[in-house]
Design a protein around this ligand. Structure first.
Ligand code: SF4
Ligand code: SF4
Length: 481
């Protein structure tokens, strides 16, 4: 016994439980989530889907709602990413990144267990706190108040992904004027408190839709918490009936079975399942059972019976887990393509939006002094400044070869200002005072490009729109006597 204890000590030397690694991961995810809404460059956020300003900010580029062709790609990236992670690492997202899990660990393992000592041990998640004593009742109220504060903070942080924090702080000067905002925060916080304090892991097992799709995505190489029945012994029958509750009864049937039936892996499970029963929908891949068994078996100088492994490797014993398999490569390729499309689209972002409609009245002819003529074409223009500052805009006309410089801007006579986010309607008049075409049979439609730009950045804030300039038939140009 002493020998196995020594062996166990050596076996567990340097071992870092997944629980500790998850805590660090949780801290990283939390800091990331709290910081992201505040990260911005020149007024553009890393990520923001602003409902009140109808903007998407992605990687410090601002897109207007008219440009939301990017949104499907953002969603595709998210969903394919989560599907890919699931195929590779099961419910890795649930156990390591999901806010629900982070909240539950903070609430149950930190506040309930460590701070308020309402639970005895982190390793026993089955025994609920005893709230019959007055002291514990007071502690429960304190715990509830802390939960409300944390839930309000989390709800506000969530909202910052949709309402920029700088605007949010302004709105908070007069909260009464923003009942929808305040109502949303209170609504989300209320749900969070209910979820974390009362619904608990039932949310993961019965409410969350992700748990439903996971089993469809799994394959034999998906890594997850798996009990090794080949070493530990079959504890459950094929009908999921528990056959053994003591090591003695297990050994009487299977003398080589290593499971001690200590149930440490069961007591620690936050979703109240027994991993020895096999893959179950409720398992969130938190790996607490792996830690529990590593400790138990490690003390005996043996490897854990519950491993973070694949069915292929641990259950079917068909060799090593195949990580770089076609499915995973496929997901990675699709993710790369989606990311590339987003980057290309983002780099081609237009910093102004322009819509041009040619006026119904095709053209106007004016007879000037000395027999000269002037032909006008009018256009209705909608110009939107999608940036954060005022800009002055103007136009040029790009005419076909041979007509360069012959079609000019009549109106507006000078650049005009447009405020951020505002769509300005303008009538622009193009004219020519030269005979562009001499066709006696019909009017001539000349393809042109209207080049719009901001006066202070003619390189970046520009856009071109194709249109036409109609030049009248020759006989229409003759002045009636
Ligand atoms: S069986 Fe329970 S403890 Fe083990 S990974 Fe799944 S949820 Fe966590
Ligand atoms: S912790 Fe390990 S040894 Fe103990 S019951 Fe679970 S699988 Fe068996």
């Amino acid at each position: 016994m002493e020998e196995s204890g020594l062996k166990g000590k050596a076996y567990l030397a340097g071992w870092i439980p997944y629980r500790i690694r998850r805590y660090w991961f949780f801290i990283l995810v939390t800091v990331f989530t709290l910081v992201v809404p505040w990260v911005r460059i020149e007024g553009n956020h890393l990520f923001l889907l602003s409902f009140d300003k109808l903007k998407l900010h992605l990687m410090f580029v601002q897109f207007d709602m008219q440009e939301l062709y990017l949104m499907p790609f953002v969603l595709m990236f998210l969903f394919i990413g989560i599907f890919g992670i699931t195929v590779l690492g099961g419910r890795f997202f649930c156990g390591w990144m999901c806010p629900q899990t982070i909240f539950r660990v903070a609430y149950r393992d930190f506040l309930e267990t460590k701070v308020f000592k309402l639970r005895k041990r982190i390793k026993n998640k089955q025994q609920e706190p005893d709230y019959s004593t007055t002291t514990n009742k007071i502690k429960r109220v304190a715990l509830l108040l802390i939960s409300v504060v944390l839930a309000l903070l989390a709800a506000t942080d969530l909202l910052w992904f949709f309402v920029p924090p700088e605007d949010f702080l302004q709105y908070m000067h007069n909260p009464a004027e923003h009942p929808i905002l305040i109502g949303t925060i209170i609504g989300i916080a209320t749900f969070l408190v209910y979820d974390i304090v009362f619904l608990k892991e039932d949310f993961c097992a019965y409410v969350c839709p992700y748990s439903r799709i996971q089993s469809v995505l799994y394959d034999d190489d998906t890594i997850m918490a798996i009990y090794n029945p080949n070493r530990g012994g079959e504890i459950y029958s094929d009908q999921h009936v528990k056959n053994f509750t003591t090591q003695k009864s297990l050994l009487s049937v299977n003398p080589t079975a290593e499971c001690t039936t200590c149930e440490s892996c069961v007591t620690v499970c936050p979703t109240h399942i027994d991993i020895r029963k096999g893959l179950q929908l409720e398992c969130i891949n938190c790996l607490e059972c792996v830690d529990a068994c590593t400790e138990v078996m490690g003390k005996l100088g043996k490897p854990s019976l519950v491993e973070w492994s694949s069915e292929k490797e641990t259950l079917f014993m068909k060799g090593k887990t195949h990580y770089l398999r076609p499915k995973i490569i496929g997901y990675a390729v699709i993710l790369l393509i989606t990311a590339a499309i987003m980057i290309v689209m983002g780099s081609e972002k237009e910093y102004m939006l322009l819509n041009i409609n040619k006026e119904n009245r095709l053209f106007g002819i004016k007879h000037m002094d000395e027999g000269k003529i002037r032909v006008d074409n009018a256009y209705t223009v909608l110009l939107q400044n999608t940036l954060n500052e005022d800009h002055e805009y103007y136009f040029d006309v790009i005419a076909p070869a041979g007509m360069e410089g012959k079609i000019k801007i009549g109106e507006p006579a000078k650049p005009f200002k447009v405020k951020p986010g505002i769509v300005k309607k303008k009538v622009i008049v193009l004219y020519t005072d030269e005979i562009l075409v001499n066709d006696t049979s019909k009017d001539t439609v000349i393809p042109i490009t209207i080049h719009a730009y901001a006066m202070d950045d003619k390189e970046k804030i520009v856009t071109n729109k194709e249109s036409t300039f109609t030049f009248p038939r020759a006989d229409l140009l003759k002045e009636e006597k």
